[in-house]
Design a protein. Sequence first.
Length: 358
Amino acid sequence: MERNPLKMTPEKIRLFRECFAGLTHVYGTYDVRTGRVRQVKEPVTDRVILAHLQGAQSYGVYLLVKDRTRAIAADFDSDDLWAPMEFVAAARNYNLPAYLERSKAKGYHGWIFFEESGILAAKARLIVRHLLDEIEHPDTEVFPKQDALDPNVTYGNFINAPLFGALVPQGRTVFVDPREPTKPHPDQWDLLRNIERVTEPHLDEAIQVNALELPAGRSAIPASTPSRARHSFGLPPCARTMLAHGVTANQRVACFRLAVNLKKVGLPLNSALAVLAEWADRNEPAGDRRVITAAEIVEQATCAYAGPYRSCGCEDPAVTPHCDPSCPVRNGRRRGQASRDRRLGPPQINQQSESDRK
């Protein structure tokens, strides 16, 4: 964290308001002692923002302004780091920069920021919903929750803004470091100054690539030259199962294959190491064998990222117990690639490796 993160300046207040802009005549807040949430029908002034940043009173932003928004957030309510990181990687697959914030109580917010004039909320929600479907977390809440304000939706729903001064020292409501996602970014304000914003034409392209359709009555997407569709993002069922529940044997082989899959979906090595560290905590080795060590995780992941490996390892004893009968990989769609990986040869991993022993 920066040397004095609580020292506020007019420039920081202006920057914060640019990033977390919304309705200007109403905001949300909550009591830090009781957790009671309430709406405040007063102007969003610099004093309101200053109180938030200094920890006196939290600020919740109503992102939806008419039918436009300048930011959107997916609210992951679990401390499991994998789902939000998968969201960031899925967004990157369409060149949509996303940023992770550690929320106030548990879980993470995945933020995407848009150009200053904002973009149609319907478009933003459509693409974020698509990303959540791709990573198989369709029930994740999205803010704003509506496509537009109307006589039946006066304000919409607020989301608690980042950098609440009372929680920042605890490592909460802060953006994580993309290089080490278990830690806060060392300079929150520098991150905000360098936020990459998505333009509406760029979002339109991502919507077209995926043949998504806006709800009836929303503005159509301008026609343009068709783009080559990207492959759908996501991990195979075996990798999802292993990450969610851990393994009981062959940890080093499993670690290697998981790392290969994480590389394939575009996760940087440092982020993959953080995911694999959490995965190791879920492992329950059979008998008196120990859990894979941090050094062994680094060794296997580094090897997976350094080589041209692509196979999911369907024939590995570490993977087969977690296979899904409906998996397209298991059913032979990528047999050619699996054979290629076998010819390349995986790293030397003894199935009864030291990581599975005392």
